[in-house]
Design a protein around this ligand. Structure first.
Ligand SMILES: Nc1ncnc2c1ncn2[C@@H]1O[C@H](COP(=O)(O)OP(=O)(O)OP(=O)(O)O)[C@@H](O)[C@H]1O
Length: 686
């Protein structure tokens, strides 16, 4: 901007300043009063003019005080410059904000610019030559009396030129004032601009705030979206995994489906085959059902036939029993079987042959036996070689059956088994063995000490038959209750051989009048359901039996033993019943010679039993009114088995030893006596 323009601008600014009084920002520190704009009159020094800084000369206020500038100059300049000024207003404002040659942003002209500006002002207001400048503008012109130019082109006033110097200072002050005005105007404009900017800024701030809020909202939304995104991503991953899993499953299922399809095809084929098979089976089943119906019809017919057959069997059984009994009757109710035992190994160990010379068994006749007395044991010299009658050298005996030493236990049992059957049919059956000690009674009745199937005796075999027959008879409606007792007659007193503790108890024999049955008090009666149980009882009895050594036999017994087995049968079909009690005693005849003291007493008692038995049998045979049953314990015990209501079998056991000839003869004579007895007809016990 040139000097004129600046002056006009200053004037305009001064007028503006007057109309809008504004506090100056360029007030000297500590002044407190405002600097009046040009045209408003200068104030006295100290009322608003900034004092000169140190080194500067103090201004001479008195010269310009109250003197206004030349109005004419100022006005003309102002008029000519208004248009330009107005047109350049924007440029001015721009230049005021940042004039060329000024330091940017400070608002102050650079030193060089200030200097130039001052020179220009002096040029514009230069007075005519020879005339001192009037007013402030005039005073700015360099006076003629200026000294040599100051460095930089400005001539320095002479020290005495106070006025000139004052004028210079005034010019400077004016320039500064103008500048101040311009600056204040600029300041006002800038403040306006600042205000505008502040408004804009506020608007921008509000906008920014709104935008921030929007941003925040957007951020929140973004966060939410991000969260949603993450969630969706997670869901996506999950879905992806599920999809993969489903895909795997689908693959597996596809494979399963393939397999199942294959299996289904197989099953379909199988099903078809099964269906066909089933249809075939149905057809077969229908055929079978028809057959079953036919078979049922046939079965019904057969059952009727069987029932008729069973009825026939029962009738036949009754006939058989009747016939069997008739046979037994024909054979006699007392039957005698003779058995000669073999020589024992130790009995012929002296080099003798094993033949028995004094006993003959006529060939072809199993009922006869001959006893021959040999002289010194020589078979060729018999004392009774021709005699076959009583009193002769040879004694012939006839029994129901004679068994040789070679006869087996089974052969003997076959002979007595029919009698055992009679016990099942309800008859009292008494089987007893009679003979001298060591003649084989125990062997025949029970078997050896350690029996096997071939050597087992008559009692176990009879028991076996009883149980087997009883089982077979179950089909015909028979049920049997079986019980057993085993007793011993020793020195005319009874002992229970089944007593486990071996305690002696008193036993009395009673005859029950109701059924004429013999009962022994305090005797153990054991119910038996099988053969094994009976064998156990036999062993127990064997242990309890009194065994005493005699000179006749190393295992001689000094007693009679009686085994009783009671069979009570009931037929549920025919309402029949039976009650058989077969006692199987072993009766001993003892040789009295050689026995003494207690042994002699035992022998006498045993033989007394046997002689009483003979008397009883004779009485029965003679049909005596009195039968001496009660003369011995043995006959009393066998009372029911020796009467007309029972079937009796007597074994007469014979020792093969020739030295026992006399005892053998006595036994055979007694047996013959028994065999000749007719003790009446046995009646079935019902
Ligand atoms: N038929 C037989 N076969 C083989 N050995 C027999 C036969 N009979 C008896 N014995 C044997 O003869 C011996 C005497 O027999 P057992 O003991 O049976 O006579 P016992 O008459 O009972 O004598 P006791 O009256 O003294 O008791 C025994 O060793 C026995 O094994």
């Amino acid at each position: 901007m040139n000097t004129e323009n600046r002056v006009l601008t200053d004037a305009t600014a001064s007028s503006q300043q007057r109309s809008i009084p504004r506090p100056s920002r360029l007030r000297p520190p500590g002044s407190g009063s405002r600097i009046k704009p040009p045209g408003s009159g200068m104030r006295p020094p100290g009322t608003g003019i900034k004092p000169p800084s140190a080194g500067e000369r103090p201004p001479i206020y008195g010269l310009v005080k109250g003197k206004p500038q030349s109005a004419g100059i100022k006005r003309s300049v102002s008029t000519s410059c208004l248009a330009e000024n107005r047109s350049n207003d924007s440029h001015k404002r721009q230049r005021v904000g940042s004039p060329p040659g000024t330091k940017h942003g400070t608002g102050r002209p650079a030193p060089q610019t200030r200097h130039t500006s001052m020179k220009a002002t002096v040029r514009a207001t230069a007075p005519t030559a020879g005339k001192p400048p009037s007013g402030r503008l005039a005073s700015t012109a360099p006076p003629a009396n200026m000294g040599p130019s100051a460095p930089g082109g400005k001539s320095k006033r002479a020290a005495w030129d106070l006025k000139g110097r004052l004028l210079d200072m005034e010019a400077v002050l004016n320039a500064n004032t103008s500048r101040l005005v311009v600056l204040e105007s600029t300041n006002i404009q800038l403040e306006g601009t600042v205000k505008e900017k502040e408004i804009v800024s506020t608007e921008i701030s509000l906008e920014a705030e709104g935008l921030r809020k929007k941003l925040k909202k957007a951020e929140t939304e973004l966060e939410s979206i991000q969260h949603n995104y993450k969630s969706l991503q997670h869901k996506f991953h999950t879905s992806e995994e599920e999809r993969e899993s489903a895909q795997a499953q689908a693959t597996s299922l596809r494979s399963s489906v393939t397999q199942l399809t294959a299996a289904q095809a197989g099953i379909s084929v199988e099903l078809q085959a099964t269906k066909m098979g089933f249809e075939q089976k149905v057809s077969e089943s229908q055929k079978l059902q028809a057959e079953i119906a036919e078979l049922r019809k046939l079965l019904a017919e057969r059952e009727a036939t069987v029932r008729a057959g069973e009825q026939k069997i029962r009738e036949d059984e009754a006939v058989r029993r009747a016939l069997h009994n008739t046979i037994q009757e024909l054979k006699g109710n007392i039957r005698v079987i003779c058995r000669v035992r073999p020589l024992l190994p130790f009995e012929n160990s002296n080099g003798e042959d094993s033949e028995i010379h004094h006993i003959n068994f006529p060939r072809g006749d199993a009922t006869k036996l001959e006893l021959e007395k040999l002289i010194d044991g020589n078979p060729n010299e018999s004392t009774m070689s021709t005699a076959s009658t009583r009193g002769g050298g040879k004694y012939q005996f006839l029994f129901d059956k004679v068994f040789t030493p070679a006869s087996s236990q089974q052969e003997v049992f076959d002979e007595i088994s029919q009698l055992v059957q009679s016990a099942l049919d309800g008859y009292n059956v008494c089987i007893f063995a009679y003979g001298q000690t060591g003649s084989g009674k125990t062997y025949t009745m029970e078997g050896p000490d350690h029996p096997d199937d071939t050597s087992v005796g008559m009692i176990p075999r009879a028991v076996m038959q009883v149980f087997r027959s009883a089982k077979a008879l179950q089909d015909k409606g028979w049920q049997y209750d079986m019980s057993a007792s085993f007793m011993e007659i020793y020195n005319e007193s009874l002992r229970d051989l089944l007593s486990a503790d071996g305690k002696e108890q008193k036993h009395d024999i009673r005859l029950k009048k109701a059924d004429n049955d013999v009962e022994v008090s305090n005797m153990i009666v054991v119910n038996v359901a099988g053969e094994a149980e009976v064998y156990k009882l036999l062993k127990m009895a064997s242990r309890n039996r009194v065994v005493a050594a005699t000179n006749c036999n190393e295992r001689s017994s000094r007693s009679h033993s009686v085994f009783r087995m009671r069979l009570i049968g009931k037929n549920s079909l025919t309402d029949e019943s039976c009650n058989g009690v077969p006692p199987w005693p072993q009766l001993r005849r003892l040789k009295e010679s050689g026995s003494e003291g207690k042994r002699l007493e035992e022998t006498k008692n045993i033989n007394k039993s046997l002689s009483t038995l003979g008397q009883v049998i004779l009485a029965l045979a003679n049909k005596d009114t009195h039968v001496p049953y009660r003369n011995s314990k043995l006959t009393f015990l066998l009372q029911n088995s020796l009467g007309g209501n029972s079937k009796t079998l007597m074994f007469v056991n014979v020792s093969p030893k020739e030295e026992h000839f006399n005892e053998t003869l006595n036994s055979l004579r007694f047996a013959t006596k028994v065999n000749n007895c007719n003790i009446g007809t046995a009646r079935k016990k019902v």
